[in-house]
Design a protein around this ligand. Structure first.
Ligand code: TRP
Ligand code: ZN
Length: 464
């Protein structure tokens, strides 16, 4: 986790004090037991309160019930986690909604809320290293929130249902959790909706059962997933199943939208596997929501969401994110260019491989475009949360990738990319992790100027 090294020192000093009862009253060690409270955030450079300290989640089991006509969500989140310090209390992130009750290891726990922090005080405290289960029952009308960049996320109301989009902070509007990309986990998401509607989520559909006019769709994601790419799409979706190579395809198309672009998915998947390495998940697909349901696409895990039918470039972009972002996930929101730079570069490579502009031509056209936005800030250092989806992160990020390719040549470049996705598969990575990796894999090359000018430099670098 992001701030673990520093916190561990602080905590162990505190715990040592707590173990000397003669020096300190028990109450000074917090809550009803031993340990100290977990931090309310992971100290992300842009979203310091996102995520929480003191534990690691391994699994979320979400049971959700949604009534589109009243917009009421009733949920139970059963979270399996391991304490990474002695804990007297810990936080979950949850925005809006009403908490009905909380148990830890089956016992009622005290809790309170302040802003997005739901603080839970387990009756006995938790030992460092202990695996525990926290269950939160909650209900209410989930919120739509406005991103720092002005876009809408969280729980979006749609014509016949809802659509949950989580990047960067929207997932805490529909389930409590450790909502930072550094803590990935497996998921079981069961969604109950009125009969006739469908609920589509990440991973594989493991069950579908109708009782008393309501249908429950059960979805399982065995591979680790960051909360911001978890999704639920509820609507009158039409389902198409097929395969892409060996990978099962499950696609949901809003009845008002054209599903033809789905036919391209197997080609895009094959191309992406050839270039980026084995597909990191056990199913694929797309969710083509209504064109007005959202004003952007998102690389939700296994099956990205598109507002209306995507063009091929956008499909390539979101499928590339399954490797860059979903399997190899940024350690902090500052490392976003590792997602968007690679997903954008995938579009350039696709065009090149289809006989369109070469990536070199795309690079040069961008360089010559005289577009000040492109050089507004270095891709590895967006100046604030409202800038993590700006052009330098996408286009200039892709230019960094292209500079690496120019330096090492095509064969070494594809080895490097596939080595990176293999090395960090289902994990997290920072910009430093990436630059160190590149330097290790190509020890004869000098990347110093690329990092200094293209990745971290202010303004437009000198003509290459
Ligand atoms: N990741 C999305 C894409 O490239 C775009 C996006 C949606 C985004 N919401 C965001 C990027 C919030 C940064 C922050 O397809
Ligand atoms: Zn993207």
């Amino acid at each position: 986790m992001v701030s673990r090294p520093r916190r561990i020192t602080v905590v162990s000093r505190f715990v040592r004090l707590c173990l000397v009862p003669a020096l300190l009253a028990l109450t000074a060690c917090g809550g009803g037991g031993h340990g100290s409270p977990g931090a309310p955030g992971l100290g992300d450079p842009y979203f310091p309160k996102a995520g929480n300290g003191g534990y690691d989640v391994s699994h979320y089991a979400l049971a959700l019930d949604y009534a589109p006509d009243t917009r009421r969500l009733t949920g139970t989140a059963t979270i399996t986690a391991r304490a990474t310090q002695h804990l007297s209390a810990f936080d979950l992130d949850l925005k809006g909604l009403t908490v009905d009750d909380v148990t830890v290891e089956g016992e009622r726990a005290r809790w309170d809320r302040e802003g997005q922090e739901l603080t839970v005080r387990p009756p006995e405290g938790l030992d460092d290293g202990e695996t525990f289960e926290v269950r939160v029952r909650y209900s209410g009308t989930p919120r739509t929130i406005t991103d720092p960049d002005g876009s809408q996320e969280g729980w979006l109301r749609t014509e016949s249902g809802a659509l949950a989009l989580g990047e960067p902070m929207g997932s805490m509007t529909w389930f409590p959790g450790n909502h930072h990309p550094a803590d990935k986990a497996s998921y079981d998401i069961a969604v109950t909706v009125p009969k006739g509607l469908r609920a589509v989520s990440n991973g594989e559909l493991t069950g579908e059962r109708t009782r008393a006019g309501r249908t429950t769709f059960s979805w399982r994601s065995a591979e680790p997933m960051a909360g911001y790419v978890a999704t639920v799409a509820i609507g009158a979706y039409e389902i198409r199943r097929s395969t892409a190579g060996d990978v099962p395809v499950y696609t949901a198309v809003d009845p008002g939208e054209d599903g033809a672009s789905v036919d391209e998915l197997p080609d895009v998947m094959e191309w992406a596997e050839y270039n980026f390495g084995p597909y990191p998940f056990s199913s694929t697909g797309v969710i083509i929501a209504g064109a007005g349901d959202s004003d952007y696409a998102l690389e939700t895990q296994n099956r990205p969401v598109f507002p209306g039918a995507p063009d091929t470039e956008l499909l390539v972009h979101e499928i590339a994110h399954q490797w860059f972002g979903n399997s190899v996930t940024p350690k902090t929101w500052r490392d976003m260019w590792l997602n968007e730079g690679f997903a954008t570069y995938a579009e350039w490579l696709w065009a090149e491989d289809q006989g369109g502009d070469s990536a070199q031509e795309t690079f040069e056209a961008l360089y010559d475009s005289d577009d000040a936005d492109l050089w507004a800030f270095p891709p590895a250092e967006p100046p604030g949360a409202e800038h993590i989806s700006d052009r330098p992160v996408y286009d200039r990020g892709a230019m960094v990738v292209h500079k690496i390719r120019q330096t090492v040549g095509d064969d070494a470049f594809y080895d490097l990319v596939q080595g990176w996705t293999a090395d960090r598969r289902h994990g997290n990575a920072s910009t430093d992790d990436f630059t160190e990796y590149v330097e290790q894999r190509a020890p004869d090359e000098d990347f110093g100027r690329i990092w200094a000018d293209w990745l971290y430099g202010e303004g437009q670098p000198d003509r290459p």
